[in-house]
Design a protein around this ligand. Sequence first.
Ligand SMILES: Cc1cc2nc3c(=O)[nH]c(=O)nc-3n(C[C@H](O)[C@H](O)[C@H](O)COP(=O)(O)OP(=O)(O)OC[C@H]3O[C@@H](n4cnc5c(N)ncnc54)[C@H](O)[C@@H]3O)c2cc1C
Length: 482
Amino acid sequence: MQKIRDVIIIGCGVVGAATAYALARYDVDVLILEKENDVSSGTSKANSAILHAGYDPRPGSLMATLNVAGSRLSKTICHDLNVPYINCGSLVLAFSDADLITLESLLERGRQNGVEGLEILPPERLFELEPKLSRHVKGALLARTAAIVNPWEFTLAMAENAVENGTTLRLNEKVTAIRKVTDGYEVETNQDVHRARFVINAAGAHADTIHNMIAPPAFRIIPDKGEYYVLDKSEGTRVRHIIFQCPTPLGKGTLVAPTTDGNLIVGPNNELTEKKEDTVTSARGLVEVKERAFKSVPSIDFSQNVRNFSGVRAATEIDDFIIGEADGSPGFFDLAGIKSPGLTAAAAIGEMAVTLLAGRGLALTPRVNLVTKRNKIRFNRMSVEEKKTLISANPDYGQIVCRCESVTLGEVKAALHSPIPAVSVEGVKRRCHAGSGRCQGGFCGPRVVEIIAAEHGISPLDVPLDRAGSTILIGRTKGGDA
Ligand SMILES: Cc1cc2nc3c(=O)[nH]c(=O)nc-3n(C[C@H](O)[C@H](O)[C@H](O)COP(=O)(O)OP(=O)(O)OC[C@H]3O[C@@H](n4cnc5c(N)ncnc54)[C@H](O)[C@@H]3O)c2cc1C
């Protein structure tokens, strides 16, 4: 019989990770169950990477409160856990008189939501800030608190910190059934059966499936896909702010923004899809994104595209996040329908989840010897002197593996032996950027496979590209030794 944990969190995207991070401040026994072989394998790795200021959600909604609180908390967390974060500010562009009225209402909403630093700029001031904007722009709402973040690393950093503070993370464990038992819940996975007094449903696009395992259906996830371009660093300074167009009922529209790695991100569109994990991109969708982006910034050079991707929004029929105890299931909490601004709000959602659990009797004794910081070596951001010192202490940092991004063998090895070790080529890339540059792993990919195999003591044939089973090599050539 498994021991009875305090809390089981289902799903380790940004919401599950933020909840684990918030719970780990206390002496609580937490288990995270994640169906994939790495954290942040769902929507949290495929979004616009914006920490929204909070002028968009309807005042009084959970989205509004948690967006504004989350944007402040995320800044502190990124600082503490050494996550790339840039407070670049955002601009919502107006192209017509009707859009100018929309800007006024966004400004008013923002003020009601408690967003600081909002201002409507006339074209002259706007073009000083952003000279490459279309000359058809008639004004813009500046939101000074908006920021960009590396969403994947944000999620990983919170999950790593939780693990370092005693949380157990079980990867490759897909929850298949949940049963109410006397002292809490029994959660069955493809590998095991676990027990806990409380359960948190943070399963993203699958949150309805998890909810329906224990309670009557209360909401339905309607997957809504958004596609993107990531352009080379040569385009990375095309704009300095996050450039939005006026929001529509479908969402925040297509944006153009710098990334924390110095690239330019352009997207998304909206496309309802049948499948919750439909992350293919289409020529039609990408053309749509390109045309919309040209309206804001006509000079973007799309020939510098290095990658396309898409992410699936966990939209529901309800115009808000769905956070609370499931009907008839005391101690089972949904953190569901977490569409945008879910990345921004996650840290506040995590804190709210802790409050809900405490309200149901979870004791919150502060953890002794809490780990609060995270060290991370980023070789390509170091000075020459710092690099010399590092290499003399560990020669692995003197061997470049990824030429595009100047990622060293030391960093790849660190990714493979971190608190949540990378197990795939993409997992290495997400942790240390090997393969994320202009050639997208064309040169370093085979070397990374070799290093993963050597460090994890497995055959290169068993090294996945990303998800479990996505192997790259299918056999040995005659006389080959790989
Ligand atoms: C196109 C797009 C753009 C966006 N842009 C922004 C933005 O700029 N700013 C912003 O604030 N928000 C943005 N968002 C929203 C934000 O990305 C999401 O709100 C957030 O990532 C949701 O996190 P999550 O943890 O709920 O879901 P996910 O990241 O999807 O995590 C859910 C996890 O649960 C796991 N899981 C599912 N089923 C099971 C099971 N049965 N057993 C075990 N594990 C399971 C999954 O594998 C996954 O890892 C955007 C979303 C999209 C799609």
